[in-house]
Design a protein around this ligand. Sequence first.
Ligand SMILES: [Ca+2]
Ligand SMILES: [Ca+2]
Ligand SMILES: [Ca+2]
Ligand SMILES: [Ca+2]
Length: 363
Amino acid sequence: MHKTYACHLQSRQAFTLVEIVFTIGLIALLTTMLVIAVGPALSSAKAAATRNTISMIGLACQDRFADYGATMEQKKFKDRVTVFKARFDNANPMVSLPVDVATTIVASNDIKSLFPQRLEDLWGYDGVQDSPPGAIDDAPMLKAMWDTTANNWKVGSWRALNGDQMTGRQREDQKAAESAELLYLALQQVGLSEYGNRFDISSIPSAHIGDTDQDGNLEFLDAWGQPLQFYNMPTRLYRPNGIAGTQLDSCVRLLVKNYGSVDQDPFDRIGKAADSSLISSNFQLQSPNSMAMAFGETWYRTPKTTWQLLIVSGGPDEALGLELPNSSTSNYSHLCQPLDANLSSTVSAPHEALFDNLSNLQK
Ligand SMILES: [Ca+2]
Ligand SMILES: [Ca+2]
Ligand SMILES: [Ca+2]
Ligand SMILES: [Ca+2]
């Protein structure tokens, strides 16, 4: 009787072990199924959150952009154009700078200052960081970032201080974060008072603000924790490296939904961007716009798309596939272009990185 009970107990224990093994296996299977089912949902939730943040930042930019546009009709702005033209004409007695060209150069410089995507955008007409910053013609924002008493930067340790001495991953992190750091500062109106209202930074989820390069400057992030990328004049998207026609179209349309439907930039008083005979193979505007070279606009950006402030997330693959907005290692790097020109059916990895990217101009 006792033995029988022990046997029963033993068999009961053995059965329980089988049950446990089976249950563990079942849980593992269900977990796998759950991950497969929920994985894309989590990813799309991150995409939705990223789109929302990008959209809010984009709208804040557009508001300020509209405010700036309104000032172009005012006497104060026109007086600045007159001063600029006089400076040019005095320095170049043989030519007279057309007012429309002067207007576009002044506006282009202002837009770079208001919406900087790299530190150089704050250096003013002379294209040089003043010493100390803001002493001559640097943007108000750069001036505000400099502590004249301490003779040092007020916020963080900028690239100007140590970024260019960084190496490897640290330097890559620094470069990847810069445009989002500048946008963060710009939207807080650092050094500004006359254009629009201060952006309510608390409307951005705290998870979308961070310091990925650990330099003390906060930047906007996407839901995957990568810095957003900001392009103030994304013209280069319109002539990606070495490609044209339908390939170019398909590339641009990945980031700019209404590409092709609007081709008139209200800020472009020169209006020559669409005239291919005036554009060299390198997208440099030809004469008469070469006059812009006298003011540090050697590679005068075609202003066709300055109104389309572009904010981009690398998306679920966390890869951008575009030139970083602040890249100073290649020509025209202040304009974005795909890292890989191959947009044919045999796509390669850097180009594939573009397909899941998110931008404020996609919807
Ligand atoms: Ca300067
Ligand atoms: Ca930084
Ligand atoms: Ca940072
Ligand atoms: Ca991507």
